[in-house]
Ligand binder design. Sequence first.
Ligand SMILES: [Zn+2]
Length: 186
Amino acid sequence: MITTTTTRSSFLSVEPQNSIPIPDLKKGIEDEMKGDCAKYVNQLLDAVAKNTRVDRSKLTLSDIFSQSKLNILPPRGRPGSIRIGGGEATGSISAGTATINIYQMYQSVFDLQHLYVLQAFHETIHLSASSGAYTDEQLANAAFGLLTPEEQKKNKLPNPPANASAYDRADAFSHYWDGLLTTHCK
Ligand SMILES: [Zn+2]
């Protein structure tokens, strides 16, 4: 998910009890950028750069992650809530304002520490633009374009209703390209 709202200002380092600890996200991103996953992400970023005419940053994903401000935020909702984890990217590397928010997950809801890595990876891809950031819709369109015609029939782009909120719209596209990303990046 990417959001342009920058109202969240305070850095929260709360470690709520009962939440899953955050692993080494930078190392996690470096581990993802190997083999088929690296190949796919490079194709995706080349495609989104071409479509949007916004060049990719020349930095590696690891560097982009390192140059972003990381906020680890407390879990959303109550334990057992279905709104688990997630994250947001705001700002941009070029402006020095890149920020990644990662929401902690409750231990009772999920027990997959690795999901934090995939979330950080997703947000870092948003910030891999030489100026601004790539949106979920732009990344979804690029991911769709990389599929074969057969695959495109099985993985149709989301078609959110015209009255969908900006958040719900972004959420639909976010899930779409994230699903394709995780067929290559485990
Ligand atoms: Zn996203």
